[in-house]
Design a protein around this ligand. Structure first.
Ligand code: SAH
Length: 447
């Protein structure tokens, strides 16, 4: 979500005539977009913020914009006192305050003021930064902002505000504009993305949105995240299965495998509900990959309760598990009313145990791809190898002299590990050519 929010800011600044600088030291405007979902993320934000102070002292005309969940939606007086060298504070997803700051007092330049009027609003016209235009293959579009669910551990509803869905037309305009700038894959984002449209009068839900997005010419792949188990209807799953552009990839966090812990988290389902959901997803979407999130060491989580999470993961064998150690967040129900009583060392032990388990599960799942032919949409070159993803969101690296950016190609998988795979293009001469020779040929081209 923060990547999507940062893109929105970059877009607004490009509209005002700014261009991306390679390093903070060279920039006229620095936007620090922050996450506070766990204490570690918040600490990182403070660290970066402190490191910017000397720059501001050297160059008082430098504009520093603090943005995101550290600022939140409920006022930032304390931050303002603590960090007087910050010029602008912006809530999550909103480039408005920065644009206003940069354009204020420039009433002579009517054009700029008009630009601000136009682009501070979320009108869906998203301009990719110059160096990403025509290069960025996969991007994000926020469709639900904020969250009203209030899981007891989670700070997001307090910092991103109540749940609000963006209008269908605005979203589609944004998708079209990204596609016209070269983007081939879009991930629709929401804290509970399967609640999309519940607050809209026109009745379009996530299924309807997926159908409309699938009609956008030039868009090749669609994903969505994050889903909440309670809102994943069969007809949504059938829509995913039915639409070729919507990838067989579901992100649906379970958070814990014990019913009492789930209740303390106020998740609104049981471990059995989740089991049945995974079954339903697998029945309806052939070859689907499922990712989950898990928190270890929630207040009061006993060894026996934790074991239920271990057992559930071992039983379900999901493709990906994003693991986190419980971190008390200010103002949340768990922070105010429950004791953070699982020692840090024990949280780490539980974390590592699940990490090891998930590594072996992922290795086993990925090994099934060995020798298979899969479609990979290539995104970028990383240290000489092209990096792309399968429909199931598996990372695939490929060595070739061809420029594969933005291409969806059939690839034969030649190696698999728990976190990535390697493949080759069938019949590609690059595979037969020794690297030294290939490099020779490239430099012989005279570029
Ligand atoms: N809205 C999404 C994503 C929330 S943030 C959802 O509900 O799934 C991403 C993940 O961070 C969560 O799924 C959860 O596993 C983790 N998380 C959130 N609050 C946390 C906290 N206080 N401590 C540790 N992990 C947390």
């Amino acid at each position: 979500m923060n990547v999507a929010d940062s893109l929105r800011v970059a877009s607004s600044l490009e509209h005002l005539g700014y261009r991306a600088a390679p390093r903070a030291e060279e920039a006229d405007v620095i936007v620090l977009n922050t996450c506070v979902v766990r204490q570690s993320a918040e600490d990182k934000a403070y660290g970066r913020l402190h490191s910017l102070r000397p720059l501001k002292t050297q160059r008082p005309d430098l504009v520093i914009n603090l943005m995101g969940c550290l600022v939140g939606v409920k006022g930032y007086e304390r931050l303002k006192q603590r960090f007087p060298y910050v010029d602008v504070f912006s809530p999550p997803s909103d480039p408005g305050p920065l644009v206003a700051f940069l354009t204020q007092g420039e009433s002579r330049e009517l054009e700029q003021a008009e630009t601000h009027q136009r682009f501070a609003a979320m009108d869906g016209d998203l301009l990719l930064p110059l160096d990403e235009r025509g290069r960025l293959v996969a991007s994000y579009v926020a469709v639900v902002l904020g969250c009203s669910h209030a899981c007891t551990y989670c700070i997001i509803p307090y910092r991103r505000g109540v749940e609000r869905s963006r209008g269908v037309d605005e979203i589609l305009a944004e998708v079209r504009s990204l596609v016209s700038q070269g983007v081939k894959e879009i991930t629709l984002l929401g804290q509970i993305v399967d609640r999309y449209g519940k607050d809209l009068p026109d009745g379009t839900g996530l299924e309807g949105l997926l159908r409309l997005a699938a009609e956008v010419d030039g868009l090749e792949r669609i994903r969505f995240l994050t889903s909440h188990p309670s809102w994943m209807t069969d007809s949504l799953l059938e829509t995913v299965a039915e639409l070729p552009k919507v990838m067989p990839h579901i992100e649906v966090p379970v958070q814990a495998g014990d019913d009492q812990v789930l209740e303390n988290m106020k998740r609104g389902y049981t471990a059995d509900n989740y089991r049945r959901l995974v079954e339903r997803i697998r029945q309806r979407i052939p070859g689907v990959a499922i990712a989950t999130d898990i928190i270890v060491g929630f207040p009061g989580e006993t060894q026996a309760q934790f074991q239920r999470t271990v057992d559930l993961l071992a039983e379900l064998k999901l493709d990906v598990a994003h693991l986190a150690r419980y971190s008390p967040r200010p103002g949340t129900v768990s922070e105010r009313r429950m004791k953070n009583d699982v020692p840090e060392t024990e949280k780490w032990r539980r974390f590592r145990l699940l990490e090891d388990l998930q590594e072996s599960i992922a290795a086993e799942i990925n090994a099934r791809y060995l020798g298979e032919r899969v479609e990979v949409l290539f995104e970028e070159q990383v240290r000489g190898r092209w990096r792309g993803r399968t429909p199931t969101n598996k990372l695939v690296f490929c060595e070739t002299n061809e420029n594969l950016r933005g291409q969806a190609r059939q690839v034969v998988i030649t190696w698999t590990g728990p976190w990535s795979m390697q493949g080759r293009l069938p019949g590609a001469p690059a595979a037969a050519l020794p690297v030294s020779q290939a490099v020779d040929q490239l430099s012989g081209g005279g570029s």
